[in-house]
Design a protein around this ligand. Structure first.
Ligand SMILES: Cc1cc2nc3c(=O)[nH]c(=O)nc-3n(C[C@H](O)[C@H](O)[C@H](O)COP(=O)(O)O)c2cc1C
Length: 337
């Protein structure tokens, strides 16, 4: 039977099928089911700095209101001040996951300030995270800030976090950087142990009744995998760090494509939310079968065999096939209505 073992962020995983951040990785019962179904590693949902600050502000307000209203009962407040604020719930989940699971547990962090990123990364490490994934989710909407400035900021931030924790640090990127290959190399040099490609942006919708932009979460489809596969294919062998494919991994074919392009692991959220954690078993079985059928003994052998640097068709990942793609489409149209 083909060997599915892989290495990701310097960690040994039994399988390249990883559960990325989603509500399924935010609960111990579903985390256990993922583990039982053969997951290679799990990434807990992101700890958002804004959420923590919000919680802390609310507790602060509660304390202030309470002290004003019940001055005579102030002895009660020191206890309240120790109340579980901020990241405590997250750290409890992380500790629980570490105790309950046999696979690596990656904690995800979405900071808002440099101090926040460092402070919480440190707490995640202390709580036992095997690695930390930095969720660099940012909409570059400020016209005064250049791409170069934003890149520098991210590279500095990653360098600071890497320098302040002892566990490996992965960076989950969006595809909206102007020179992604350059940024990837800089992040690699700054010490990132892995790049997670790509964060999926949830575009707001416009509500025609209220005329407001409203959040609208739609699960992915396999179609979305092409973007991560292209970029993993381009980056494999050009960066020393691990590469994870996320966005659009649904079927065993998707997993095979991402590995062929050079991914060390494939991450899933939508497919697992749709089919449940046990779907991993079907995927694993089909992947075994596909590898056997195609003469692959191991993921190590399969990984990157179709990447740009090592594969049979380097031009396929770049502009060279643009005209060809357009031309091939026009021959498929039977008749213009
Ligand atoms: C309901 C839901 C919650 C998510 N929460 C997070 C999160 O907290 N942090 C994060 O980095 N990604 C989060 N994601 C993104 C997923 O981890 C994943 O990168 C994205 O959905 C693309 O993968 P998919 O095509 O397998 O869904 C979330 C996705 C879903 C559907």
């Amino acid at each position: 039977m083909p060997d599915l073992a892989t290495r990701y962020l310097g960690l040994d995983l039994r399988s390249p099928l990883v559960a990325s951040c989603s509500p399924l990785t935010g609960r111990l019962d579903t985390l256990r089911r993922l583990d039982d179904a053969g997951v290679g590693a799990v990434v807990l949902p992101s700890l958002f700095e804004e959420q923590i600050e919000q919680e802390e502000l609310e507790i602060e307000r509660m304390l202030t209101t309470g002290s004003d209203a019940f001055g005579e009962a102030s002895s009660f407040f020191p206890e309240l001040a120790d109340y579980n604020t901020g990241p405590d719930r997250y750290l409890t989940l992380l500790e629980g996951a570490k105790a309950a699971l046999g696979v690596p547990v990656v904690a995800s962090l979405n900071g808002a300030t440099v101090g926040g990123w460092l402070r919480y990364a440190h707490l995640l490490e202390q709580a036992g995270a095997d690695a930390i994934e930095l969720n660099a989710y940012q909409v570059a909407a400020d016209p005064r800030r250049s791409g170069a400035e934003l890149e520098d900021e991210l590279v500095d931030l990653v360098g600071s976090v890497v320098g302040s924790v002892g566990v490996p640090v992965a960076v989950k990127l969006s595809p909206y950087w102007s020179s992604l290959a350059h940024l990837a190399v800089r992040l690699d040099r700054a010490g990132a142990a892995g790049l997670v490609l790509f964060n999926r942006f949830y575009q707001p919708d416009l509500d025609l009744n209220t005329f407001r932009a409203v959040p609208h979460l739609v699960l992915s489809t396999s179609q979305e995998l092409r973007l991560p596969v292209r970029w993993i294919g381009l980056l494999a062998g050009r960066v020393g760090c691990s590469l994870a494919a996320t966005s659009g991994v649904h079927t065993f074919e998707d997993v095979a494509k991402a590995l062929l392009a050079g991914a060390d692991v494939t991450m899933m959220a939508s497919a697992l939310l749709q089919h449940g954690p046990e779907y991993l078993r079907d995927l694993q079985e089909s992947l075994h079968w596909w590898m056997e059928d195609n003469g692959y003994d191991s993921v190590a052998q399969l990984r990157g065999s179709a990447a740009q640097l090592t594969g049979p068709d380097p031009s396929g990942f770049e502009r060279a096939n643009y005209a060809q793609t357009l031309a091939s489409f026009s021959t498929q149209i039977p008749e213009v209505p």
